[in-house]
Design a protein around this ligand. Structure first.
Ligand code: PMP
Ligand code: GLN
Length: 390
């Protein structure tokens, strides 16, 4: 008799495959226009690719320093000063990571202990919960209000217990497309200070805000410098989502344990891509400040087309995404609806309920508009003639 090897039963073995891979595979299978997974269909600046390509040929090609190449950490410090008047010591307060996904994992590993509670704002980006679960901490979800995706400050305050260690917030917010206002952020900062918590801010869409709506890093608010870490990603700033260059900035007291997690999660990340991103931060400011203006036009055409086809779109002030309530068209639940719309309607979206810990609304899907106008037009033509899945 052969003895079966033991199978794992843990936070990861119990998971399904991330919704982004599932929906992109379905889009491919059914030749649908993919407005699901958030990636631009045009690459960012050539000069950044050239800088990275040169570095790949000329080197360095061996392990960069564990916290990241000095040239990138220094460029990141200048970027934070230029846009937010923030001063970071590039040697002790900035770490370069393999994407924001690693950055967020490092932050959670470095700051949480088993038994701690971490408050998430639902709908929450899908990588947060599995890492918190794997640590043996507990994710406590508090829901954005479904009428306008506003921050539920009273509910957040009520969710804090003696075990709460931190709040993880994302603004500009994926999947909702909200950019939280100064008043909302001040309310959150007040809770964090009053309840003596830490804050992880996922700011990967920091430059993708529209119509003059400002992105305000929470770390700039009074009393927050010592208790906040901010996470960024070159993938979103420069439309290179495949590059996976991210970073973390914060006080040395918090960066130190986070860096110890980073040293054993990846240790470091591709030197050529780090050099490309450093070049971009210093020399492609015009490009990354103009890109949101282009994106806002795509949002406007998508929203107009959706509204004309009977969808109820929600507010969108930033990111790659707008959410839409499809109840005027269908009573299906969002997961079935998104599947059927891909297969029968030829357009792929992301159902929103998968971003909730429990009891999420099942009548919203998310559309990505970080696409060429022709891609959006093709999707809208299909949606205008598609029979809504019931
Ligand atoms: N946080 C949010 C809110 C995101 O949308 C994403 C996806 N791009 C990430 C983190 C991960 O970023 P990266 O691709 O740099 O790992
Ligand atoms: N951040 C992207 C999105 O929200 C997806 C990233 C991924 O596929 N892991 O669509």
């Amino acid at each position: 008799m052969t003895v079966q090897p033991p199978l794992p039963d843990n936070a990861f073995s119990r998971l399904g495959t991330t919704i982004f891979s599932v929906m992109s595979a379905l889009a491919l299978e059914h030749n649908a226009v993919n407005l699901g997974q958030g990636f631009p269909d045009e690459d960012g600046p050539l000069s950044i690719r050239e800088a990275a390509a040169r570095a790949l040929i000329d080197g360095p090609n061996q392990y960069p320093p564990m916290p990241g190449l000095p040239v990138l950490r220094q460029a990141l410090a200048r970027h934070a000063k230029r846009h937010y008047d923030l001063d970071f010591d590039w040697q002790s307060e900035i770490v370069v990571t393999s994407g924001a996904t690693e950055a967020l994992t490092d932050c959670l590993l470095g700051l949480l202990m088993p038994g701690d509670e971490a408050i998430l704002i639902d709908p929450a980006y899908d990588s947060y919960r599995p890492i918190i679960d794997a640590i043996g901490a507990r994710a406590v979800g508090v829901k954005l209000d479904e009428d306008g995706w506003r921050l539920p400050l009273a509910a957040i305050d009520a969710a804090v217990t003696a075990k709460t260690k931190l709040i993880l917030i994302n603004s500009p917010h994926n999947p909702s497309g909200r950019v939280f206002s100064r008043a909302e952020l001040e309310g959150l900062a007040d809770i964090v200070r009053r309840r003596n918590l830490l804050l992880i801010c996922d700011e990967v869409y920091e430059h993708l805000t529209f119509d003059g709506v400002p992105h305000i890093p929470l770390i700039t608010l009074p009393g927050m410098r010592e208790r906040t870490v901010r996470v960024g990603s070159a993938g979103k700033i420069f439309s290179f989502t495949g590059w996976k260059i991210g970073w973390i900035m914060g006080p040395a007291s918090l960066i130190s344990p986070i860096m110890k997690a980073h040293q054993f999660v990846t240790f470091t990340t591709s030197p050529a891509l780090q050099i490309g991103v450093a070049h971009g931060l210093d020399h492609e400011q015009e490009w990354y400040l103009d890109f949101p203006r282009q994106l806002a036009k795509r949002r406007d055409s998508l929203v107009a087309g959706l509204n004309a086809a009977g969808w109820r779109t929600m507010p969108c002030e930033g990111t790659y995404f707008v959410t839409a309530d499809f109840r005027p068209l269908s009573n299906a639940n969002d997961v079935d609806f998104a599947r059927a719309l891909t297969i029968g309607g030829g357009v792929t979206t992301i159902p929103l309920s998968v971003f909730y810990g429990s009891d999420g609304p099942t009548h919203f899907v998310r559309f990505a508009f970080c696409k060429k106008q022709a891609t959006i037009d093709a999707a809208l033509t299909r949606l205008a003639s598609a029979k809504a899945p019931t």
